[in-house]
Structure formats: structure tokens, C-alpha cells
Design a protein around this ligand. Structure first.
Ligand SMILES: [Zn+2]
Length: 334
């Protein structure tokens, strides 16, 4: 998650439409969701937020190590790279970072091809970069955003498990691990300016940034997640997200920060915004701010892994629904 800054333009129109879209009955998707496990998420978060990766600052060695780790995760599961020649790395030139990165940096992109609508793309995204090291202190970024990165990788594994069981998603799923978020959403800015898959065929972006912790407002009832943006462009997306949760995961979906008048303006502060700008419906999944936000104390031992499992499963079920419903997700607002 980026520090607060202000964008002009784009005021989404919030409506209270209550159109119902029932979640389809799919055999086996609960089996596939179970491949999203606490131990797997834990291993990934501890690795990404380790001393070795040194806070994963864009352009630095720690970020490159993290990029390689992510690419190898896909490779080991036989999940294809999004680009030709099994190239997982979308290179972003140093010049694109306006002086905020000392070197080139990379988005890491994998995908699973859809069966009946391979040219429609559902993106699941999270940034994997963080703040690096300052004054001899490593900023581990366990919640921000090793948590979201672990979720993307485990969702990829769940979809791959489904493919191996003969349940390839109807639409293609793109796993987009972004760099340069902390310096100014550069990874998503670059991807949307040089898209690997056409933006006009990109039907949604589910973006995950900080989903491993509990904020002060929920300390007495931890079973929650903030959702932002779900109703801004597509009533159908909001409704299917609600139904996925009420059918499977039963989290309290908190829409506090979805309010256009909320001073935190979270809708504009992570990578999904670069997709929303292109009229692509998004949902931003977020646990709120806590004392360790952008501090060296954002460490893996403080993540609530049981909650991380549940939140990741919600995002998997939502992606599954978008990828498999008979008709393409409808955009009915702007
Ligand atoms: Zn951040």
C-alpha cells in the first residue's frame, strides 16, 4: 500500500442496486480451495519477508531475488509464463520510474489459459516490492505485501489443481505480481500501458494489498476484510463477490473505505486503480492500517495465518465465479 497522495479525476458512481446474481453450483471448487493452506501461505510469507530479500525494494537485489522466487514457484507448478519463451518477467526500464528506482525492475506474470473463452482475462494481482533497507534497518513488508503475494501464488496453485482434475476455468486467469508499487504504482502503470493481454478483453482485476493483519477497529471481531471498489463499475461484480462470501467464507465484508468521501482515499492508493481508470471492474482486498504499517516491525510472526487462508479463499472463489459464469461480467457504470 502506498502512502497517501491525491489523484484528481474518476469519481465512481455508487448505487444501491440489488440485482441478484446467484453463484453457480460448481462441483469441486471447495476441494480446490482447500489447496490454499496455512502452511503454504506461511512458508511464502516467511521467505518473501526474510532478511535475505532485504525488504524487496524496486531495482535492488532483494526485489530480484523475490522475482526469481515467484517465477520459480509458477515454474515448479507448471503454470505458464504470460509471455513467449516461458518468460515470466515483464521488464520495466529504469527510466520509467522517474528517478525513483536505481535500476530496471520486473513484474512477474503467469497465466492459466481458459477453456471456452481463452481471450477473456481475469487478473489476480498483488505488488511484491516493498521499502528495502533504510539506515541499516530492513523493512520486511510481511503484511505489505508478502501477504497479498502469497495469496496470488496460492490462488494460482488452486486453479492449477482444478486444471489437473479436469476443471480448467472457462476464461483465462492472469497472475500479476507487480513491482514499483511503493514508489508510485509503477508496475501497474507499466502493465496497463504495455499490456501483455489486451485491456479491452480484461474483464476484472482482483487486487490484494495487505490481507494478513487485523486493524484496531476489528480487534474484537477479527473475522473481516475491507472491500473497496466492488460496486464502482459493475453491479454484477459486487453481487457475485457478496454471494461467494455468503456461500463459502462467511467473513464480515467491511465497506467503510468504499465511501467516496472517506479521507483515506484507498481506492486511489494501490494498483487496481490503474485498471479502474481503464473501465475495468476491480475489487481491492485490504486489512486496514496498523502500527507496523511501513515500519521495520511489519514482520511475518505478526500475520494471522488462519485469517489469511480464509481471505485468500474468498478471493479464489470470487475469481472462480468470474472466470466460470456463462456470460462475461457486465460493466454497467462508469
Ligand atoms: Zn506499502
Amino acid at each position: 500500500m502506498r502512502k497517501l497522495f491525491f489523484y484528481l479525476c474518476f469519481i465512481g458512481f455508487v448505487s444501491c442496486a440489488t440485482q441478484q446474481n446467484n453463484v453457480q453450483a460448481y462441483s469441486n471448487n471447495t476441494t480446490f480451495a482447500k489447496s490454499i493452506s496455512k502452511i503454504d501461505l506461511q512458508n511464502i510469507v516467511y521467505k518473501l519477508a526474510s532478511h535475505e530479500f532485504n525488504g524487496r525494494r524496486s531495482g535492488e537485489n532483494g526485489q530480484k531475488l523475490a522475482a526469481t522466487y515467484i517465477a520459480n514457484f509458477y515454474k515448479n507448478l507448471n503454470i505458464n509464463a504470460a509471455q513467449a519463451n516461458e518468460n515470466y518477467f515483464q521488464n520495466i526500464p529504469k527510466a520509467f520510474f522517474n528517478g525513483l528506482s536505481d535500476a530496471n525492475s520486473e513484474n512477474v506474470v503467469a497465466f492459466i489459459k481458459g477453456s471456452s473463452h481463452p481471450n477473456q482475462y481475469v487478473i489476480v494481482s498483488a505488488h511484491y516490492d516493498h521499502l528495502g533497507e533504510k539506515y541499516g534497518q530492513v523493512y520486511y513488508g510481511a503484511d505489505d505485501n508478502a501477504s497479498g503475494t502469497s495469496a496470488v501464488l496460492e490462488i494460482a496453485e488452486a486453479f492449477k489443481t482444478a486444471v489437473l482434475a479436469g476443471h480448467r476455468p472457462k476464461r483465462s486467469i492472469v497472475f500479476l505480481n507487480l513491482t514499483g508499487e511503493e514508489e508510485g504504482l509503477f508496475g501497474s502503470k507499466y502493465y496497463t500501458s504495455q499490456p501483455i493481454f489486451p485491456l479491452e478483453n480484461t474483464i476484472a482485476d482482483l487486487n490484494i494489498d495487505m490481507i494478513g493483519r487485523v486493524d484496531e477497529a476489528h480487534k474484537d471481531d477479527e473475522n473481516f476484510i475491507y472491500l473497496i471498489g466492488s460496486d464502482k463499475l459493475s453491479t454484477e461484480l459486487h453481487n457475485l463477490s457478496e454471494m461467494a462470501n455468503s456461500t463459502y467464507t462467511h467473513l464480515n465484508l467491511d465497506y467503510t473505505y468504499n465511501d467516496e468521501n472517506d479521507p483515506n482515499r484507498f481506492y486511489y492508493r494501490s494498483d487496481h486503480y490503474n485498471f479502474a481508470k481503464h473501465n475495468i471492474p476491480i475489487i481491492f482486498y485490504f486489512n486496514g492500517i496498523h502500527d507496523d504499517y511501513h515500519q521495520p516491525t511489519d514482520t511475518p510472526d505478526k500475520i494471522n495465518y488462519d485469517l489469511l487462508v480464509k481471505r485468500t479463499q474468498l478471493i479464489f472463489y470470487t475469481a472462480w465465479e468470474i472466470a466460470n459464469r456463462p456470460a462475461k461480467l457486465k460493466v454497467d457504470k462508469n
